[in-house]
Design a protein around this ligand. Structure first.
Ligand SMILES: C[S@@+](CC[C@H](N)C(=O)[O-])C[C@H]1O[C@@H](n2cnc3c(N)ncnc32)[C@H](O)[C@@H]1O
Length: 317
């Protein structure tokens, strides 16, 4: 079968944000082609020791993604263009043009999985199903996850920032609300850290299967982690189903513009004393999100950073 291959031209500085926006509309497995030098961490994760000389970085990135020709590509591309237009308001994404070609590759989804290897977030091992746990890792906390249709393998800086905050705040009494749960990674880690229960919400129906598979792979009991599909920002039914003043911790790893409207709503779901862990904030958007958090009556207790990404943790006092 031939796949439609689309190439989106953007700036290397914007590629993370554009990829996150593509993930929001269900496009996963994006290949990045740019001339950015690898960081030390990149090299470690890719098991690269010596790199060939690479051309000078021209700041341009090409993002390749694939769509099934049987699906409605036109609507999907319309959604991509809409996302790009929204991003342009707060970040320079460069040309944002999309070109199309065909590829014969029958199994591109599984081919790119070849490049996903086990890795650590501090002392947590994250491992795909096709790899074996090394004897020295058997006593560690282990998260089984395969890259799939929902965001959240743990590779992304924004997810890692949340994981580190969960490690600080989760107790055996924790009831977690995980807004934008994606693969369910944050809920599953919180439960492995001892939390009592987790509720995830997401807009994307693709998360239903992803969460189901990841719960099974990690032996999470059915009732411990419930998923609700819908937009908690403006859907009162979802808000009341999730419940008010019930949560000790709320995580939200979503882009800044979503956090701005989510924050004043989500404070009502939190218990007094509850912790709000936000991530997905580009450093250029930090001040705006800080203001929204304070305007919602929360007290900022910690700000952590990784690369260009910021995570703000706040408390309802
Ligand atoms: C960056 S991913 C985070 C996934 C995972 N929690 C992690 O930390 O890796 C953001 C997720 O938020 C979801 N999302 C975006 N806006 C949302 C909203 N208003 N309510 C719920 N989920 C939303 C997207 O569908 C996506 O799955």
């Amino acid at each position: 079968m031939k796949w439609n291959k689309y190439t989106l031209k953007t700036r290397s500085e914007a590629e993370d944000v554009v990829i996150a926006a593509l993930a929001d509309i269900g496009i996963q497995g994006v290949e990045i082609e740019d001339k950015q030098p690898l960081t030390r961490l990149d090299k470690e994760q890719m098991f690269v020791d010596i790199l060939p000389d690479s051309p000078e970085d021209d700041g341009i990135a090409y993002l390749h993604f694939y769509l099934d020709p049987e699906d409605d590509n036109e609507t999907m591309l319309g959604n991509v263009k809409k996302e790009l237009d929204e991003l342009r308001v707060f970040i320079d994404i460069g040309e944002g043009t999309i070109t199309v070609s065909e590829t014969e590759d029958k199994d591109w989804i599984n081919n790119w999985k070849k490049y996903f290897h086990q890795f650590h977030v501090d002392d947590i091992l994250i491992i795909p199903s096709w790899e074996e746990i090394q004897p020295e890792d058997t006593k560690k906390m282990i998260l089984h996850i395969d890259p799939g249709t929902a965001f959240g393998t743990g590779m992304h800086e924004t997810t890692q920032l949340c994981i580190r905050q969960l490690k600080k705040y989760v107790t055996e009494d924790t009831n977690l609300l995980d807004v934008g749960t994606g693969s369910g990674i944050l809920s599953i880690i919180a439960l492995k850290l001892g939390a009592q229960s987790a509720v995830g919400t997401d807009l994307d129906p693709c998360t239903i299967n992803a969460v189901k598979e990841n719960k099974e792979a990690n032996q999470i009991p059915e009732d411990a982690f419930r998923l609700m599909i819908g937009n908690i920002i403006d859907d009162e039914k979802i808000q009341s189903k999730v419940g008010y003043e019930r949560y000790d911790i709320v995580t939200a790893n979503i882009l800044a513009d979503v956090l701005l409207s989510l924050t004043p709503v989500i404070v009502h779901q939190m218990k007094k004393g509850g912790i709000y862990i936000t991530s997905g904030i580009l450093d250029v958007k930090e001040q705006e999100v800080r203001k929204a958090i304070e305007d919602a009556g929360l007290t900022i207790v910690e700000t952590t950073r990784q690369g260009e990404w910021v995570s703000i943790t706040a408390q309802k006092r």
